[in-house]
Design a protein around this ligand. Structure first.
Ligand SMILES: Cc1cc2nc3c(=O)[nH]c(=O)nc-3n(C[C@H](O)[C@H](O)[C@H](O)COP(=O)(O)OP(=O)(O)OC[C@H]3O[C@@H](n4cnc5c(N)ncnc54)[C@H](O)[C@@H]3O)c2cc1C
Length: 423
């Protein structure tokens, strides 16, 4: 990023003055502390744990939590600002942060006073990191119907959990995991599932290894086994059988924050694309003056603005305490689709330079091109954006949920027979 780098505006009438000030503050921090480390995190696949502590010290992690436990209760709109600004330059940090937050939301909403006091202050201060343990080798999209991890009570009423969890973000780094398991296998998963708070040192938690990811380097994504994992009964979240309720409650926030992360990536893409198209001359003029290039820039802007508005709408719905299941899914699907499209377009618009990762330069901590200039991050954000349509519910599953809501809301039931004419 050269000294003359310019930003795509983030002005939006849905953002209050106070929220815009928060965005400016976060951006300043991102530019001073996160951006300088982004290439090293990518190169060394370094988990950015120390940045959690920084965020905690600055009070950024307090925004979603109630005042009674040291939060500022600012709401998910502040969360999306954080996710958007950080994702702009370090997708791994946003993804790790999101999962730490998703781990703590169930504790905040369903935890006992003791659980809240024990586990949430560490998350808010950035000293603890959370993870969510849902997915299993046999249970991905059909999580509730196919879950095999089972929690059985022992003689003391404590739980012994057996099973496997895979693709768990922060798994090998997490201090606590909100983990789902079946407490009643005689009934359907949606009534037999419960949620537990698992500490990293609990006996029987085996962190097998991290996966090697296509992108989002620095993110730790883990396969773990639960071998007679001992979980005290006081670590059951809510009551037995509440697992599905807890899961569904958390998902709207998860999808909205994921959407915001995608917006950050798309914004970075349009910034790189526009600046490159403005300076690169071919056929005697900057390439931005070719219609195809200019229309691509327009399409990127149209889609980014639409994605940001949907994300705001989802956040406002959650903050208003309303059901955000449809709008959260819509925002996530749209934002992740357009982040992929925008990063793809940006890479293409930068031509050969868009494809270059650059050579790692230890002295500067940057990826450099042969002339010493900094490589574009187009290939990195392209790989990063690809993840977004898989996590927080794949876009196929979310499209299924969205259409189901449409038919339900319009009270359109399956007809007894075909109606072959118009109104
Ligand atoms: C980097 C990364 C981080 C992750 N972090 C976490 C985490 O922190 N915690 C956690 O619990 N999980 C996590 N996951 C898991 C993620 O939520 C799952 O990968 C996702 O839910 C899909 O499950 P699956 O991979 O088993 O794919 P599958 O469910 O096997 O799906 C394969 C394909 O089939 C499609 N498909 C499935 N069913 C249908 C259907 N009915 N109609 C149409 N298409 C369908 C899917 O959309 C997908 O394209 C993570 C995954 C990744 C890659």
């Amino acid at each position: 990023m050269g000294a003359d780098y310019t930003f795509y505006p983030t002005t939006n009438v849905l953002e209050s003055k106070e929220e815009t000030e928060f965005r400016s503050e976060v951006r300043q921090w991102v530019l001073e502390k996160v951006y300088p480390e982004a290439d090293r995190v990518e190169h060394e696949k370094l988990f950015p744990r120390h940045l959690f502590k920084e965020m905690g010290d600055r009070g950024y992690l307090r925004v979603l939590f109630p005042k009674s436990i040291g939060g500022t209760e600012k709401g998910i709109k502040y969360g999306i600002i954080l996710a958007d600004e950080i994702s702009w330059c370090m997708r791994a940090l946003t993804a790790a942060l999101d999962c730490s937050i998703f781990c703590s939301i169930p504790i905040m909403r369903f935890g006992s006073e003791e659980q809240i006091k024990k586990y949430l202050p560490g998350i808010i201060s950035g000293e603890s990191i959370g993870a969510i343990g849902m997915t299993e080798p046999g249970a991905g999209s059909d999580l509730i119907g196919s879950m095999r991890t089972v929690a059985k009570k022992d003689a003391n009423g404590d739980y012994i959990i057996n099973g496997e969890k895979r693709f768990i973000t922060n798994g090998s780094e997490a201090d606590i995991i909100s983990l789902w398991a079946l407490t009643d296998t005689s009934v359907a998963g949606h009534v037999g599932m419960s949620c537990f708070i698992v500490e990293k040192d609990f006996e029987g938690l085996e962190i097998v290894r991290d996966f090697n990811l296509m992108g989002v380097y620095g993110l730790k994504n883990t396969y773990m086994r639960l071998n007679n994992l001992k979980v005290p009964k006081k670590n059951l979240l809510g009551k037995e059988g509440m697992g599905t309720k807890i899961l569904l409650d958390e998902l709207d926030s998860e999808r909205t924050l994921a959407a915001a992360g995608s917006c950050g990536l798309a914004r970075r893409a349009i910034e790189i694309a526009a600046q490159h198209a403005n300076k690169r001359v071919q056929f005697k003029k900057p390439i931005r003056y070719f219609e195809k290039i200019s229309f691509d820039i327009a399409d990127m802007a149209i889609k980014l603005e639409a994605a940001r508005n949907l994300t705001y709408q989802a956040a406002c719905t959650i903050d208003a305490g309303l059901d955000a299941s449809k709008i959260g899914a819509i925002a996530k699907v749209f934002a992740s689709d357009i982040a992929f499209e925008c990063t793809h377009k940006a890479l293409q618009m930068c031509g050969g330079l868009g494809y270059m990762k650059g050579e790692w330069d230890e002295a500067s901590g940057k990826y450099l091109l042969p002339n010493g200039s900094q490589a574009y991050v187009t290939e990195r954000i392209f790989r990063g954006a690809r993840l977004s349509s898989i996590v927080a519910g794949t876009n196929e599953i979310l499209r299924y949920l969205i259409q189901r809501e449409v038919f339900n809301e319009m009270q359109l039931r399956k007809p007894a027979e075909s109606d072959n004419w118009g109104d």
